[in-house]
Design a protein around this ligand. Structure first.
Ligand code: ADP
Ligand code: MG
Length: 243
């Protein structure tokens, strides 16, 4: 379970101080499709990056499976980023001169598995996103929607329990955007998907929960979640990541 409490984050550039997040608290269910909606500059990317361990916050608390990340050391953050979360970006960020199979295989951070199994896992997840017959293409031989599917496969190959997507359809036409949203909805059936978007139509049509941000503050949450104390995991379930 993922929770943030009273998160604040400022950016200082020269004399300019920007309050990117101002006292944001949110608890996420283990399986739901959350859209973070808000105008440009409202703090959406900052929030996603903090949740994903890509950026540090100034104050507040990020709890993962009931454990405060204040106690996290570098290796814990590495493990969290590598095994518990997967990222999808608007610009795909694929390696251009490698096949899509290689792109996905290279993202496998689970150690101690054979070459053959690595290939099998990559093939399996590419098939899952509908690209099983295109494994040997390079990204520049594909459409934007297909490249985003590869990026989603890459994010899923380590079987993370959380998928974070920053404007995943921002560069796609409407029809292709709908296909990507269908795929994300499918993914969210057994994990937490948090998607940042400024497209309210897509958010309303596909997600199970919409959180609105404005000037670094939450202005609306369509399905707030308050975990019961009894729902917190017992120590034997507190392992990080999922293999
Ligand atoms: P959004 O994703 O909603 O467009 P961001 O989270 O990217 O918003 O940005 C929130 C605010 O923080 C904006 O005012 C932005 O200019 C500022 N900001 C974001 N990243 C940085 C940075 N690395 N350095 C300075 N200011 C930043
Ligand atoms: Mg952004």
């Amino acid at each position: 379970m993922l929770q943030i409490q009273n998160i604040k984050k400022q950016y200082k550039t020269g004399y300019l101080i920007q309050q990117a997040l101002d006292n944001v608290s949110l608890s996420f269910r283990d399986s739901e499709f959350v859209s973070i909606l808000g105008p440009s500059g409202s703090g959406k990317t900052t929030l996603l990056n903090i949740i994903g361990g890509l950026d540090q916050y100034d104050s507040g608390e990020l709890m993962i499976n009931g454990i405060s990340t204040k106690k996290y050391r570098d290796k814990d953050w590495d493990s969290y980023r590598n095994h518990t979360v997967g990222f999808v970006f608007q610009s795909y960020n694929l390696i251009p001169h490698q096949s899509i199979l290689a792109n996905v295989e290279l993202a496998l951070t689970i150690s101690g598995i054979s070459r053959r199994e690595r290939r099998q896992r990559a093939e399996q997840v590419l098939t899952q996103v509908g690209l099983g017959d295109q494994l040997h293409k390079r990204p520049n031989q594909m459409s934007g929607g297909q490249m985003q599917r590869v990026a989603i496969a890459r994010a899923l190959v380590n079987n993370p329990s959380i998928l974070l997507a920053d404007e995943p359809t921002g560069a796609l036409d409407t029809a292709t955007s709908l296909q990507i949203m269908e795929l994300l909805r499918e993914v969210s059936k057994e994990r937490l998907v948090v998607m940042v978007t400024h497209n309210s139509e897509l958010a309303e049509r596909y997600s199970t929960r919409i959180v609105k941000l404005q000037d670094g503050r939450i202005t609306d949450d369509s399905a707030p979640y308050t975990p019961e104390v009894g729902e917190l995991p017992t120590p034997k379930y507190q392992s990080m990541g999922r293999v």
